[in-house]
Structure formats: C-alpha cells, structure tokens
Design a protein. Structure first.
Length: 83
C-alpha cells in the first residue's frame, strides 16, 4: 500500500517516544488511565517492530484515552493500515 518507507522510521520513532512519555509521565491526564494505558503500551511495543501497522493500532488505542472521536473515515483508514 505504501511503497515509499523513508518517513516510516521517523514517524514511528516520534509516535513511540511521544506516547511513551505520556504513559510514563502524564497518564493522569488520560481518561480512565488504568483501562487505556495497557493497550497503548502494547501498541507502542508492537509499533517498534511493525512500523506503521503498529502506529495505526496505537492511534486507535489512544483515541478514547484522549476523548478524540476518530470518525468513520479515520477508522477505515487506520483499520486498512493495521491489517
């Protein structure tokens, strides 16, 4: 689907580092952190090896924790990217 992978390592690294910092230092700001932090942590770990596929899963896991409704277009896009 995405033949040019030059940006992938940069995007994955930024997302992983940023969300790791949120989970480690700012989880109090998340909605229901005990519920949402484990899936976010799992997605971060997966993303470090699976790239954009894992990044899509991270965004899906993080959205409810920050009260962000993705909407059907984003859900479809992230689902396609994750599969």
């Amino acid at each position: 689907m995405f033949p040019d992978r030059h940006l992938e390592p940069l995007v994955v690294s930024e997302l992983a580092d940023g969300w790791s910092a949120v989970v480690e230092n700012e989880s109090f700001a998340l909605r229901a952190p005990l519920q949402h932090t484990p899936p976010i942590q799992e997605a971060i770990a997966e993303m470090r090896t699976s790239g954009l596929k894992g990044a899509a899963r991270l965004l899906q896991a993080a959205a409810p924790a920050v009260r962000f409704p993705l909407g059907s277009r984003w859900e479809d896009f992230l689902r396609a990217l994750a599969d």
